[in-house]
Design a protein around this ligand. Structure first.
Ligand code: ADP
Ligand code: MG
Length: 348
């Protein structure tokens, strides 16, 4: 029998951790990425460097893989759709198309009677003129944003000109929520009403980049139950197969809002590697490769710290870790400002 290869589009740290999880389950991985230095090549079995619209280059990848998944949402929909005609792509390409677009994503969530922030589509600069009710707000590109990229804080309309915003792109303007906390829920869905859900994770961002995650989240039972219910509704409605993450805001009056959906494994779930019997990565591989679903068991409370830019340096100098501390180096070639370079999980 030929070996089972899981194909992964995208070669960042999420691809690395998916590859490690697959290896543990005896599944080989082939990663395809448009970055020749993609860190996942250090962890997968085979690596192909190519552009996401290079059909010729994609051929070998598609040929080898039995099932194909993706580790970031900005893979072109057309690529996923073409591949899906030859081999199963999970989660389904249509889910990716929906979630790639902030407006479609938020409209979808609201249709389920789930609360999001207030938002309006902005097609041209003058669309902002009548929207002072949504200020202070954040202007976000409708597509291709991550880690706060493509976002502008708008305090008042007259300040917009100083921000050098490229209005040839589409945006949404979103009202700022006075945040008390941010949490996320990670859920892996295997089929109809068949899923494993992790407890809410409390997240702290610095400069719109995730810095700390911890369990348990310090939240009320109401918020705990509501966030889990909403996560299940979203996963079921999407008929999602695999791991997804729902990011939430909690405002100062304890209202819960969905911020966004990540149709993939998520940075806030790195602590599941050490704190649970089955990590978000292993669960994703299990779900997309139709393996057995194992009941989740939490092993420990935990805190995860992202190492951003040069914060990785001391850890690379063989820093002495305690028994309850786990360091992961993403093996990125170049240290860059604001780049996620690694993380530490501390079991507490
Ligand atoms: P990305 O796709 O870059 O992750 P997000 O929409 O999740 O974009 O924004 C990143 C972070 O910026 C959020 O986690 C939150 O800390 C902050 N933020 C974004 N939108 C709002 C908002 N409407 N109100 C308050 N904070 C926000
Ligand atoms: Mg986000």
């Amino acid at each position: 029998m030929s070996e089972f290869y899981l194909g992964i589009l995208g070669g960042g740290q999420l691809g690395s951790m998916l590859s490690l999880a697959a290896k543990k389950l005896g599944i080989k991985t082939i990663v395809y990425c448009n970055d020749a230095d993609a860190p996942a090549q250090n962890f997968c079995d085979e690596f192909i460097f190519g552009e996401y619209n290079d059909n010729l280059c994609l051929e070998d990848f598609v040929e080898k893989a039995k099932v194909i998944t993706y580790e970031f949402e900005n893979i072109p929909y057309l690529t996923l759709d073409e591949i899906n005609k030859k081999k199963p792509v999970l989660p389904k390409p249509s889910i990716n198309r929906l979630i790639q677009h902030r407006l479609a994503e938020k409209d979808f969530i609201n249709k389920l009677n789930i609360r999001t922030t207030q938002y309006v589509l902005i097609k041209k600069k003058s669309d902002l003129d009548s929207l002072s009710d949504l200020l202070p707000g954040i202007l976000k590109t409708t597509t291709m944003g991550y880690d706060g990229k493509g976002q502008y804080l708008i305090k008042e309309i007259k300040g917009v000109d100083t921000l050098n915003i490229d209005f040839s792109k589409e945006y949404i303007l979103e009202k700022i929520v006075k945040l008390k906390k941010e949490i996320s829920i990670i859920i892996t869905r295997f089929g109809n009403n068949s899923y494993e859900i992790y407890e809410p994770i409390e997240n702290t961002h610095e400069d719109q980049i995730l810095k700390y995650s911890k369990i348990p989240a310090e939240i009320s039972d109401n918020i705990l139950n509501q966030s889990k219910d909403w996560a299940v509704s979203i996963a079921e409605e999407l008929k999602f197969i695999g791991t997804l993450c729902i990011e939430f805001f909690i405002d100062r009056n304890d209202n819960l809002f969905v911020n966004e959906i990540a149709p993939r494994v998520h940075n806030s779930g790195h602590l599941t590697i050490n704190a649970y019997n089955v990590s978000q990565f292993e669960n994703h591989v299990r779900a997309v490769c139709s393996l057995e679903k194992i009941p989740l068991k939490k092993l420990s409370n935990a805190k995860m710290i992202n190492l951003i830019g040069s914060q990785i340096e001391p850890y690379r100098q063989n820093i002495r870790l305690k028994d309850n501390e786990f360091f992961f180096d993403y093996l990125k070639k170049e240290i860059k400002d604001k780049r996620k370079m690694g993380h530490i999980t501390i079991l507490i």
